[in-house]
Design a protein around this ligand. Structure first.
Ligand code: SF4
Length: 508
């Protein structure tokens, strides 16, 4: 059997980092971890190839080579999936699809032959058994949540690591919290399931042996869901491994804000090489936090918690949401003020959307407020429900907000605000990436220091950094490059204010 694994194209978005990646000659930020893991679950004797359409072109000859095509995708890849499925169908190649997009809406994809839904550890062996017996079913689904202890190491040999800015690793699935808009608990449950410490260390070792040096993203939805095991077992093991290997990696992950309540945990994470956390802040408005059940963010001073994480040497990226029913008319100014004070340089402000299967989706369905299209991209100026605030006002306010926080002046001010609090551990970083950093620096001078309108703020940032925080100069350049990407993303988006049209009309 020849299996071709395909990761469809992701449209450019806030998280694609497309315009920033151009500076370091990378094609994509992260590899298709799920598909690489599925590849390792397929029979060993099968021939396997993988095409990530974000780094390589999918050609008809690739499809014709395959006996079977495996597709994995998220909602944001929907359009690309449809095209790939149609191509496979016209060439007579059988398709098998799995991943979050299909688990929630597989009925939409008429051209796909088989669906292996939910978690592959359970459904894929069932499909493979039936396939061997010559009677594969159309849909495989389960409500069981598998242990991750049998999850294999991804087949890194199927990709060219040099095309990516970071590698990825998954330690856990699920999240103990229950935010109303989030589909994680629906897909993976509230009881967090973990890989063993040995598995994680083996995965790190495998990445190391494949020659990777640099950033590794723990893709867990909430890395700190089980703090006890993290502190007692995993983080001490990572510290030991990373020191033994002379600090070949640094880590990024996602965590809830209560990470700031535990000094021991913060210290261990810093020592293990964690340098960057994505935290869901959502809103500075208490009523909006209550409305979405974000109870971890209540009863605390959010700014103090953010600064504390930064004091422990970790950059905080924040998720912010506009569009809650409880948002006051002043929400836009409130968010801008909060973001500027927080020193959160990478502030992902998105419009609220309701993915299928969430409590928010069910609530809006009952209220007859749902709209048909869910893009899966929360910074593309679309919503899949009728907001309480006037939509003209909401979209105009949102556009003003993102324009304000990503204007060069405000953006570079946040970088300095962050440097005031940032206290990283001094660790040696892998030297082999230095050449590409120098190249990126030169490009940043050309594009941001000479060609861009806000160039005087770029020079101001570099000067201030050189005088006050000279050891953060590489961080300042990296942030400047990220800022260029964010401005490109938001500048390009036209605000489609609905005038005499009905983009916010009731679904038929
Ligand atoms: S804390 Fe994060 S992952 Fe957990 S339910 Fe809330 S939004 Fe989802």
């Amino acid at each position: 059997m020849k299996a071709l694994l395909i990761y469809p194209e992701c449209p450019e978005s806030f998280w694609s980092f497309k315009y920033a990646l151009d500076f370091i000659d990378k094609k994509s930020a992260y590899p298709p971890l799920g598909l690489l893991t599925v590849a390792a679950m397929l029979p060993e004797e099968w021939e396997k190839k993988l095409i990530d359409m974000n780094v390589d072109k999918l050609q008809d000859k690739n499809l014709l080579w395959a006996d079977m095509v495996f597709i994995s995708a998220m909602a944001v890849q929907r359009e690309s999936v449809k095209k790939v499925a149609a191509r496979c169908k016209s060439l007579g190649v059988k398709t098998v699809a799995g991943g979050p997009l299909f688990t929630t809406e597989y009925q939409e994809f008429k051209d796909i032959d088989h669906f292996v839904l939910n978690e592959a550890e359970i459904t894929l062996p069932r499909f493979l058994r039936d396939l061997e017996q010559g009677k594969p079913q159309k849909v495989y689904t389960t409500t069981e949540k598998p242990h991750l202890q049998s999850t294999p190491i991804p087949m890194w040999e199927l990709i060219d690591m040099n095309k990516y800015a970071s590698m990825s690793l998954q330690y856990s699935r699920g999240c103990p919290h229950n935010c109303e808009f989030c589909d994680i608990t629906n897909l993976y449950g509230r009881k967090q399931r973990l890989k063993s410490v040995e598995q994680v260390i083996k995965e790190l070792e495998t990445l190391f042996n494949h020659g990777w040096r640099g950033s590794v993203f723990f893709v867990d939805d909430n890395f700190i869901g089980n703090k006890r095991i993290l502190k007692r077992e995993l983080l001490p093991a990572i510290i030991h491994w990373i020191e033994k290997r002379n600090n070949p990696f640094w880590f990024i992950t996602e965590a809830s804000i209560d990470v700031a309540d535990d000094n021991e945990l913060l210290d261990l994470m810093r020592r293990a090489g964690f340098v960057h956390l994505f935290v869901g802040i959502e809103s500075p408005v208490l009523e909006s936090l209550k409305e979405c059940n974000k109870y971890t963010n209540l009863k605390r001073n959010l700014l103090d918690s953010i600064k504390k994480i930064q004091n422990y040497g970790m950059q905080v990226s924040g998720g912010f949401i506009i569009g809650f029913d409880s948002d006051p008319p002043s929400i836009f100014e409130k968010q801008i003020k909060f973001i500027q004070k927080s020193g959160i340089v990478t502030a992902m402000v998105g419009l609220l959307n309701a993915p299928k299967g969430t409590k928010l989706y069910e609530k809006l369905k009952k209220e007859n407020r749902l709209l048909p299209h869910f893009s899966g991209n929360n910074t593309d100026f679309s919503m899949n429900f009728i907001p309480k605030m006037n939509p003209h006002r909401l979209l105009e306010g949102y556009k003003k907000l993102v324009t304000a926080i990503y204007s060069p002046k405000a953006y570079y001010e946040r970088v300095i605000e962050f440097f005031k609090e940032f206290k990283p551990l001094k660790k040696k970083r892998p030297p082999m990436l230095r050449f590409c950093y120098i190249k990126a620096f030169i490009k940043s001078i050309i594009y941001l220091g000479i060609m861009e309108k806000g160039r005087k703020y770029y020079w101001k940032l570099l000067l201030k950094t050189l005088i006050r925080y000279p050891h953060f100069l590489p961080n300042a350049v990296t942030f400047a490059i990220y800022g260029f990407h964010f401005r490109k993303i938001f500048d390009k988006k036209p605000v489609k204010i609905p005038v005499n049209k009905k983009p916010f009309s009731q679904p038929s």
